[in-house]
Ligand binder design. Sequence first.
Ligand code: UFG
Length: 333
Amino acid sequence: MKVLVAGGTGYIGSHICVELLQANHDVVVIDDFSNSKPEVLKYIKEITGKDVKFYEFNILDEKKTEEVFKENDLDAVIHCAAFKAVGESVEKPIEYYTNNLTTTLIVAKMMKKYHVNNIVFSSSATVYGDPEVVPLTEDCKLGETTNPYGASKAMMERILTDVQHACPEMSVTLLRYFNPIGAHESGLLGEDPKGIPNNLMPYIMKVAAGELPCLGVFGDDYDTPDGTGVRDYIHVVDLAKGHVLAIEKYNKPGLHICNLGTGRGYSVLELVHAFERVNGVKVKYEIKPRRAGDIATCYADPTRAKEELGWVATKGIDDMCRDTWNFAKTRMK
Ligand code: UFG
């Protein structure tokens, strides 16, 4: 298939490009490097021996987006172009809603116009809000989102769901990611946020590397075994493989919703200690107050992904810690 990866040089998008190329798909990428670097294209080539066809602009530029649809006979779109920092979204709701919603509308409009009938959308477990029960199945009620980023994901799901109802020939897949971490085993691709990281694993990585002095653990009084928050961490390469299966197996008209998680939760302190053990490094931390909007526990029921896609997570917490540190060391060279 010829697949457009919108946001294809980002953390998740770049790993998706690698898996698509390795599965012999052709890849077209649009990215504006707003949260990624041009070197990523070189690294994708280094890993796969293949090039993607690359366009540099923001999808908000509808004319340029239309040119890409005109020039390429696309079979499918994987849409992971979005702003994603929870805290920043609270400060900049207009930018977040404009970017995340308008790009989704433009992509959907072009797909309809150029008869591209298969889209896989990067959604998030954030759409479930504070879960009433865990593990979360796809049939669980959608919850209150607590910030504009999360709300934009829920709205993008809604937009694409409505588009599918209006265009029944379309395949719309909503992949709800749990907590993607880790890096490519080559050490070339990974997550390297600018400034102070929002998410746990990049923060751990930067403390271990000596770039930040100390990790703040946000709360140790949750109703969890050690009091710290529990999440379903999933290796980014497993996540990327899930996308390849989704564009292949859900390539039939309908709305498809699927969790991508491992089904196993780890606490903040379990992840910190695993990182120290696997990599032989020290991660200094101190307990801080809870972070606003955080929930105690969130993990997936991944049964549907297994039954419908034949997908199961193959990499465990040790792989996630080792590959993250390998990426950190490669990038520090
Ligand atoms: N945490 C810390 N210290 C940090 C960062 C995080 O203790 O410096 C804790 C959090 O409190 C939480 C866990 O580590 O218990 C995971 O936090 P992340 O920020 O890495 O991930 P979240 O589960 O909060 O965020 C994820 C996705 C978001 C999404 C959100 C919705 O990364 O995109 O779920 O809940 F919006």
